[in-house]
Design a protein around this ligand. Structure first.
Ligand code: TXA
Ligand code: MG
Length: 318
């Protein structure tokens, strides 16, 4: 069921049930992070391997302090600048977080969402929420309640409807190695925005499927039909006998039916492009097409995170 009843959502979560929740990035599939039995259902419903750990969502800074054993100076700085917002910090966890949540790691991924409904729900609860994106493992993340309902609606008791996600890309994941910040997943906060506050940071390239590097599985965010990444003026002639859908930043292509085109931002705005990416991929995936051709955006600002998602959607090593 889809609805906007925060008390119903909070009651279900207190009973150890799952609720899909809106955040400013993508919808999450939430459970009480302190309840390993509730958390186990997340893995089952998503069909997610248990070596892939979950992000823990918190209401405020006090909760963060209560869940970690150490706060490196850069983490403190980044949390003050970007929280609440689309950033996740990897920090040494306290014993209160069950090992299932972190897949046995001594680090916990913590995020303070900015979506007003998520914030209100977290304030109603006396525990943090473990929540991965509310999609079947390997598929595109949901950015509306309807996306969640289409894929998981019959498996969960409630979907809290908070409208279209404003950011539209998952959070940027930042960890700390030898005191230095490292970006493990590009996301809703641009690398440049982080560097503006703490100087140059290392960005880890995503690896192929490797249980030793959680959060970095390569083939991810994939539509059902194949997605090919490249320059559209080169790809379109090669696929002229195929039913193609295209994803591009701004301009339109006269040779492709307009309903098969997704222009992420006709005005060239990276925020708008990010917000439209997953919705656009889902839309094309719902048409009777043979292939989606996608052109990378300029490698700057949120274009870098968008290109990362397009590359993963194009990867075939799942
Ligand atoms: O914006 C977001 O981050 C959304 C919303 C719902 O908050 N969540 C999200 O969760 O994207 P998920 O599970 O789809 O992606 C989280 C990534 C996973 O790839 C996981 O491997 C990584 O974060 N991760 C979580 N906990 C970790 C940990 N303790 N150590 C390393 N990686 C971790
Ligand atoms: Mg996900």
């Amino acid at each position: 069921m889809i609805g906007t009843d925060l008390h119903h959502a909070s009651n279900l979560l207190q009973q150890g049930k799952l609720v899909a929740i809106p955040t400013e990035t993508v919808y999450g599939l939430a459970a009480n992070a302190f309840d390993a039995v509730a958390v186990a259902q997340i893995f089952a419903v998503k069909n997610r391997p248990i070596f892939d750990p979950l992000i823990v969502h918190v209401a405020d800074f006090e909760q963060i302090i209560s869940l970690v054993v150490e706060m490196p100076p850069f983490a403190q700085h980044l949390s003050e600048v970007f929280m609440p917002g689309p950033i996740t910090l990897l920090l040494p966890k306290s014993d209160r977080i069950p090992d299932l949540v972190t897949a046995g790691s001594s680090l916990v991924a913590l995020r303070m969402p900015k979506h007003p409904m998520a914030q209100e729900l977290l304030r109603l609860l006396h525990f943090p929420l473990a929540a991965p994106s509310a999609n079947p493992f390997g598929y595109i993340s949901p950015t509306t309640a309807q996306h969640v309902a289409a894929q998981l609606g019959d498996k969960i008791p409630y979907i809290l409807d908070g409208g279209l996600c404003e950011v539209g890309l998952e959070s940027t994941i930042v960890g700390f190695e030898a005191g230095q910040a490292v970006i493990y997943r590009k996301g809703g906060i641009a690398v440049e925005a982080i560097e503006a506050h703490i100087g140059p940071v290392q960005v880890k390239p995503h690896s192929t499927s490797n249980p030793q590097a959680p959060g970095m599985l390569k083939s991810h965010y994939a539509p059902r039909i194949p997605l090919v990444l490249g320059r559209l003026d080169e790809l379109l002639p090669q696929y002229r006998h195929w039913r193609v859908g295209i994803i591009h930043f701004q301009k339109t292509f006269p040779d492709v039916p307009i309903e098969c085109q997704v222009a992420l931002s006709p005005t060239g705005n990276f925020q708008e492009a990010a917000r439209n990416l997953f919705t656009g991929m889902r839309y094309l995936d719902s048409l009777a097409l043979d292939v989606i051709l996608a052109e990378p955006l300029p490698e700057q600002d949120l274009g870098r995170a968008i290109n990362d998602r397009l590359r993963r959607a194009a990867a075939t090593d799942q």
